[in-house]
Write a protein that binds this ligand. Structure first.
Ligand SMILES: *[C@@H]1O[C@H](CO)[C@@H](O)[C@H](O)[C@H]1NC(C)=O
Ligand SMILES: *[C@@H]1O[C@H](CO)[C@@H](O)[C@H](O)[C@H]1NC(C)=O
Ligand SMILES: *[C@@H]1O[C@H](CO)[C@@H](O)[C@H](O)[C@H]1NC(C)=O
Ligand SMILES: *[C@@H]1O[C@H](CO)[C@@H](O)[C@H](O)[C@H]1NC(C)=O
Length: 236
């Protein structure tokens, strides 16, 4: 019995130690890359003309972190306005929030307002992600982590600016989920990704204004398409 207790104790210590290591490792690779304050986020959004181009009144009160897993097991986070390599943004990101007093549910929507080109945004916005029923995690190790309890409505579509393009803005917005959202039929997994209008959608589903957001810039690389995505021919 004694023996078992001692072993159990040792086991607990090891698990706690691993948890701490995980937190430290997580912070080393992501903390310095994240938004530090709401005013930094607001400034970056203004500098990149996002509120006017998305028709949003952007007064966030939580910080949203978007974290991309990499094939080698590392994580990449970013502060608003940072440029990432296209290959770093291929896999669906996970999300964290800081400063929220509610646990959820939240809706997350990501859009590209610069398609096909920042100079000619005539097929914008492209909807790159729409997911709902996000809640703050019950995991004490990482309580700011958001966990979804239902499938995404639009799965993550990785950035694909054409080869001749300047970097596009990829904007992530966090909303308090409304009751009306649960029964919305405006967007489903088969809906076209192009010609989306996030402010019109948010008004129609009573999401209100975003309570958080962030954005990254992504330009083309050698694997990028030459020809622009054509919503009439290329399906979704
Ligand atoms: C993991 O991959 C990323 C790019 O996706 C790279 O920046 C980073 O240096 C790599 N890290 C290790 C430890 O290999
Ligand atoms: C968008 O602009 C491109 C390039 O100018 C043009 O080829 C295309 O027909 C336009 N598409 C629409 C839907 O207006
Ligand atoms: C949460 O969303 C991801 C995709 O964004 C999906 O793969 C996963 O199945 C979802 N989880 C649940 C419980 O539906
Ligand atoms: C999106 O919808 C809003 C509200 O209906 C409208 O004012 C705005 O012009 C639309 N934006 C685009 C790019 O069509």
């Amino acid at each position: 019995m004694m023996n078992l207790l001692v072993r159990l104790h040792a086991y607990c210590y090891i698990m706690q130690f691993l948890g701490l290591c995980f937190l430290i490792a997580f912070c080393v690779c992501t903390c310095e890359a994240q938004d530090r304050s709401l005013s930094d986020v607001i400034t970056a959004f203004k500098q990149h003309q996002i509120p006017e181009h998305l028709n949003i009144n952007f007064q966030p009160h939580v910080l949203l972190d978007v974290i991309f897993p990499q094939t080698n097991g590392t994580l990449i986070a970013f502060a608003s306005g940072k440029q990432l390599e296209r290959r770093e943004t291929i896999m669906a990101p996970s999300y964290r929030i800081r400063g929220a007093n509610r646990i959820g549910p939240f809706v997350i929507i990501a859009v590209d307002p610069d398609a096909p080109l920042p100079e000619n945004r005539n097929i914008s916005q492209i909807r790159h992600f729409m997911g709902s029923n996000y809640y703050k995690s019950l995991d004490l190790q990482d309580p700011n982590h958001l966990v979804n309890t239902t499938e995404a409505i639009t799965y993550w579509r990785d950035p694909r600016p054409i080869r001749s393009s300047r970097p596009h803005r990829y904007i992530f917005l966090l909303y308090k989920q409304s009751r009306e959202f649960r029964t919305q039929i405006l967007v489903n997994p088969m809906s076209s990704l192009a010609y989306f209008n996030v402010s019109r959608f948010a008004a129609a589903t009573r999401l209100g204004q975003p309570i958080g957001g962030t954005f990254m810039l992504v330009g083309p690389d050698e694997t990028s398409p030459i020809k622009a995505y054509d919503p009439e021919k290329d399906g979704l």
